[in-house]
Design a protein around this ligand. Structure first.
Ligand code: HEC
Ligand code: HEC
Length: 211
């Protein structure tokens, strides 16, 4: 029994470096696929086939069918790949996504990340934008997510994301909810007023989908 607990403790203390290593290994594999046109073509096709598992929630083309579920279309492949690892390890929590991520092979994670990042995010309707949101975003958030909201590698693209998902996610960060409590966004949202969340989400959702 004692041995079991010591092993458990060792595993727990190792979980961060292990996660980083797994992600790095997958990332290297994905870069290799990306630079090989034949391998890329095959990965996109297999990714599309596997995406049948996801379409019910995230939409066939990665434009999600429910407003509280994130679009995956045009999201940076590195960010998508990293989320699979975070769901698998439990660092990011979501019952469905943790189960699904754990059931995917390394190749499937790479194929799905490449496939969704190659799709086009659709312009969202019924979103008018917000000048308050614009000013807050361009005064602060742009530093990491970019002026156009495209992010970079494992910094997520935000442009064209669903408004309801954004409000839900930014509020969860601000409240330090355990679903994503290790995210750098928790500290960042400490500097953002509750009343700015809605305008920020309005602006981000309205950011041009075609860039
Ligand atoms: C039953 C619905 C459902 C299915 C099926 C599903 N997802 Fe999800 N997924 C969600 C929800 C809900 C979230 C948001 C979780 C949160 O709030 O953090 C999510 C989040 C994600 C994220 C994080 C995106 C981001 O912007 O942070 C990725 C990546 C993802 N899903 C990929 C997939 C893939 C790939 C599949 C198919 C293998 C899939 N999902 C199937 C519901 C689903
Ligand atoms: C210091 C860099 C940095 C700044 C500044 C920053 N972010 Fe982030 N943000 C990140 C990183 C890194 C992630 C991805 C990791 C995570 O949080 O899960 C992220 C994730 C997010 C997500 C989740 C995206 C998704 O698809 O799940 C949203 C929404 C977000 N940021 C919005 C904002 C807003 C709004 C601001 C300005 C108030 C902002 N960020 C400022 C680094 C930053």
């Amino acid at each position: 029994m004692k041995l079991f607990w010591s092993l458990l403790l060792i595993c727990a203390s190792l979980s961060f470096p292990v996660l980083a290593n797994q992600y790095d290994v997958l990332l290297t594999q994905m870069q290799q696929v990306k630079t090989n046109p034949l391998a890329l073509e095959k990965a996109l096709k297999l990714g599309q086939e596997r995406s049948m598992l996801c379409g019910y929630c995230h939409g066939k083309d990665g434009n999600s069918v429910k407003n509280y579920i994130p679009n995956l279309a045009q999201q940076n492949a590195e960010y998508l790949l990293k989320q699979f690892e975070m769901f698998s390890s439990g660092e990011r929590k979501s019952y469905v996504m943790q189960q699904l991520s754990r059931s995917l092979s390394a190749a499937e994670k790479i194929n799905l990340s490449l496939y969704y990042s190659s799709m086009q995010v659709a312009a969202s309707e019924e979103i008018s934008g917000s000048t308050i949101g614009h000013d807050k975003y361009q005064g602060f958030c742009f530093a990491c997510h970019g002026e156009k909201g495209l992010g970079n590698k494992d910094l997520p693209r935000l442009a064209g994301q669903k408004k309801e998902f954004l409000v839900k996610t930014l509020t969860a960060f601000k409240e330090g909810k355990k679903s994503r409590s290790t995210s750098p966004m928790v500290k960042i949202m400490g500097a953002v007023k509750d009343s700015d969340i809605e305008p920020l989400a309005d602006y981000i959702a309205s950011m041009k989908a075609d860039n």
